[in-house]
Design a protein around this ligand. Structure first.
Ligand SMILES: [Mg+2]
Length: 352
């Protein structure tokens, strides 16, 4: 039996602005605009829903936003704070699924195959509200593309389901720009051949699309019919595991650095083994006595968790890719670009 996949897409509402509100409740209900400064010709990163009423939106220049909304509260981007809250949101997701794919600081896909996605979506919304005093919009569907579209329908604080049998009709009137992967360039190319809506694309001969756009043409044709077989993937590619140490006294001896790398390599090899990962990229980081930082990497042909390979690669990087004669304040070693050869979670889900 093939269980049809179920995916939810969670998108935090006006995330940066809402986090600012959470930390400073006196801002509640005011037009908050997070972004750069006028002086540096900055742009708006996030506008609260109150600010949006004045026509302010993200990617607009802060200069223009000030004109539209002179009483707006303009705040700088406080990334450390948003990352912290993002982590807490992610911890809530982890209660409900092991298969989570973060796609940005405030968005993620969660695989809910074989379970009740509506129940899980409501729980996640409740937890986010109760514990973090924030709201999220959630879309539920049978794949990533449709789930992401669904979360956008009732923003903010929305909860929308697109059922498999409704997909074609739902997609038909939407502009092709709403199709996954269609940016301004592809949009122009599609306009040229008379395709303006997703419905136009549904009716278009797939062979012609493939001739014109290659693999992407096939993908667009499938997406236009609500077919998207991409699995929800745990994102381990952006992660790294590292070891580093700031020395009590700045170091000029290469021997000591090599000794440190040996120690780090051994620890990293153990950690990789424990997680069941193998890594392709080895990175050495050095902070010098003047606080300048350099990082140098090497990517292996064959991914590894082997201590000697990590160690010898790190020595090579140290000897060949750094050429400073300054003293070293901090030395770090990290492995990244993981492959997870036997992912038990992913294998337990059918990919249709
Ligand atoms: Mg968002």
């Amino acid at each position: 039996m093939i269980v049809s996949r179920s995916v939810i897409h969670v998108d935090m509402d006006a995330f940066y602005a809402s986090v600012e509100e959470k930390y400073n409740p006196s801002l509640k209900g005011k037009p908050i605009i997070v972004g750069g400064s006028v002086k540096n010709r900055g742009v708006v990163t996030t506008a609260s829903y109150e600010a949006r009423k004045y026509g302010v939106h993200s990617a607009m220049s802060v200069f223009k936003a000030k004109k539209l909304c002179p009483k707006g509260i303009f705040l700088p981007v406080n990334m450390a704070r948003y990352k912290e809250v993002s982590k807490e949101v992610h911890n809530i997701f982890k209660r409900y699924s092991k298969l989570i794919e973060p796609i940005s600081i405030d968005e993620a896909f969660i695989d809910t195959t074989g379970r009740d996605p509506l129940f899980i979506a409501k729980k996640i919304k409740e937890d986010i509200k109760r514990e973090l005093n924030l709201t999220a919009s959630i879309g539920i569907s049978t794949n990533k593309f449709l789930a992401k579209l669904a979360s956008d329908i009732e923003k903010p604080n929305g909860l929308t389901i697109i059922r498999e049998e409704e997909a074609i009709e739902f997609l038909k009137p939407l502009p092709i720009r709403k199709l996954w992967g269609v940016g301004p360039k592809t949009e122009r190319q599609l306009h040229k051949i008379g395709i303006y809506t997703i419905g136009d694309l549904q009716d278009y001969d797939i062979k012609v699309l493939v001739d014109r756009f290659g693999k992407k043409g096939r993908e667009m044709s499938y997406f236009s019919k609500g077919i998207d077989n991409r699995p929800v993937e745990i994102d381990i590619t952006t992660q790294s595991i590292g070891e580093e140490e700031t020395f009590r006294e700045d170091i000029s001896s290469v021997e000591i650095l090599i000794q440190k790398l040996q120690e780090y390599s051994l620890n990293l090899s153990h950690k990789l083994e424990a997680k069941g990962y193998i890594a392709r990229t080895i990175t050495v980081k050095i902070k010098y006595e003047d606080f300048s930082v350099e990082t140098r990497s090497s990517t292996l042909y064959i991914p590894t968790n082997d201590y000697l390979t990590i160690y010898s690669t790190s020595i090579n990087i140290l000897n060949n890719k750094f050429n400073s004669c300054k003293k070293v304040r901090l030395l770090g070693l990290a492995v990244s670009n993981f492959i997870y050869p036997n992912d038990p979670v992913q294998l337990s889900f059918p990919t249709k």
